[in-house]
Ligand binder design. Structure first.
Ligand SMILES: Cc1cc2nc3c(=O)[nH]c(=O)nc-3n(C[C@H](O)[C@H](O)[C@H](O)COP(=O)(O)OP(=O)(O)OC[C@H]3O[C@@H](n4cnc5c(N)ncnc54)[C@H](O)[C@@H]3O)c2cc1C
Length: 384
């Protein structure tokens, strides 16, 4: 059964897909946004929004609405090591103002973006998993699996924004099995928070991994952590993860003692893989489908939104030039590289440090006395 023809079909209604959809619909294109989930939906994430994302939220028209949900304003960063060292810095002041980040559930953020896309006239189809994607004479033929029935729709261009385990990427042959380091697992817990470090996003390191902690307002907090897969092999129960990993950090052990875990533990794999080619003949990849970044800096949503907007602009140029070839779309990858490469270099350095306690501990000790090198690093990561 044919259910429609669109200028652009976008697979995945996370931040990358919604941002592409909004920017393309505003330019007058017919857009369908497809997601296997029904929104609002939960999403494993650190739930920290870096202040650099504000201009993008404003551009997408959701900045004011974000603050209507339960949230915590975050104006400082704290790090602790398993050796017991701690350092804390405030976020930078920009244009005379301290820009704050947010602790906010993805449950709210992603749903708000989907609703914003719908208001711009995007056809949003929820609860439908995209199966096969195939080229035809007019563009793309896309098979949707919904309610145990199959449907087809057609589009001129395709954007794969379906996240870290992107099936579009696999179907287009852009994901390799040996796709870089895949040896970390991620977990997420919700806590009711009784200790008092309001307004901070915190990173706590332990042997074989680290945890990120942020308040979400209303007495709730999000604890997200990664552990080396080989060390976690036989220790996957919550009790074992707490004992073998999280409680090896004194600060974290105290936080956990003072709080209550609510709800289920969520997990994701892989945490890391190398950037991929993110364009081809009549298609682009955006967000995590194209590149997965170090979650410690809380920039994943920023990268997703920005690459989604850049993908929308690239497709607009392709329509105007009547040219959606590989050569035309190569420019999109260059623009992404220009926008992200210095941040991604810093992310790689941070990853190198965070999993090497013997290198990290002296730097944190130095920062606790002189704020160096933590302050310039946080300034760079939280400034546009
Ligand atoms: C442990 C951890 C902590 C993190 N913490 C932070 C943080 O604090 N701050 C931050 O900014 N970033 C963080 N990130 C990164 C951030 O979560 C991602 O970068 C961001 O979600 C990417 O958005 P996206 O739109 O590309 O993909 P996603 O948000 O993953 O959205 C993809 C969408 O595609 C849909 N989908 C998938 N397959 C199909 C299919 N076949 N058919 C239809 N729909 C499909 C999914 O249902 C989903 O809704 C963290 C990541 C990890 C692993």
């Amino acid at each position: 059964m044919k259910v429609g023809r669109f200028d652009v079909a976008i697979v995945g209604a996370g931040p990358a897909g919604s941002a592409s959809a909004i920017s393309l619909a505003r330019k007058g294109y017919s857009v369908v946004l497809l997601d296997k989930a029904f929104f609002p939906r939960e999403k494993l994430c650190g739930d920290f929004l870096n202040p650099i994302a504000w201009p993008l939220f404003e551009q997408l028209g959701v900045a004011d609405d974000l603050l209507s949900f339960e949230h915590e304003e975050v104006g400082a960063f704290r790090i602790s090591t398993c050796a017991g060292d701690q350092a804390r810095v405030d976020f930078p002041v920009q244009a005379g103002q301290r820009r704050f980040g947010l602790g906010l559930r993805r449950f709210y953020l992603d749903n708000l973006l989907v609703q914003a896309a719908e208001k711009e006239g995007v056809a949003v189809q929820q609860g439908c998993r995209v199966g096969a994607v195939a080229r035809d004479a007019e563009g793309w033929s896309i098979t949707l699996e919904a309610h145990s029935a199959e449907k087809q729709l057609h589009s001129v261009f395709l954007i794969g924004a379906d996240g870290r385990n992107s099936s579009v990427t696999h179907r287009l042959g852009l994901a390799k099995t040996s796709d870089g380091p895949t040896d970390y697992l991620a977990f997420q817990l919700r806590l009711t928070r009784r200790w008092s470090f309001p307004g901070e996003v915190q990173i706590h390191c332990f042997p074989g991994g680290y945890a990120g902690l942020v308040g979400l307002g209303g007495g709730a907090a999000n604890l997200c952590f990664t552990v080396e897969k080989r060390r976690a092999k036989e220790n996957l129960s919550l009790a074992a993860l707490l004992e073998k990993f999280l409680c090896k950090n004194d600060f974290l052990r105290e936080c956990l003692r003072e709080s209550e875990i609510v709800g289920d533990i969520r997990s994701a794999y892989p945490v890391y893989f190398s950037p991929r080619r993110c364009y081809g003949d009549s298609f682009l990849l955006a967000g995590d489908a194209a590149r997965v970044t170090e979650p410690v800096t809380g920039e994943g949503v920023y990268f997703a939104l920005k690459s989604g907007i850049l993908a929308g602009e690239a497709i607009d140029r392709a329509f105007r030039r009547r040219n959606g070839t590989v050569e035309q779309f190569a420019g999109y990858e260059c623009l992404c590289r220009q926008a992200f490469s210095s941040r991604q270099t810093i992310n790689r350095i941070i990853r190198g440090l965070i999993y090497r306690p013997s290198l990290l501990a002296p730097l944190v000790r130095l920062s606790s006395k002189t704020l160096f090198p933590l302050r310039p690093l946080v300034d760079r990561l939280c400034r546009n």
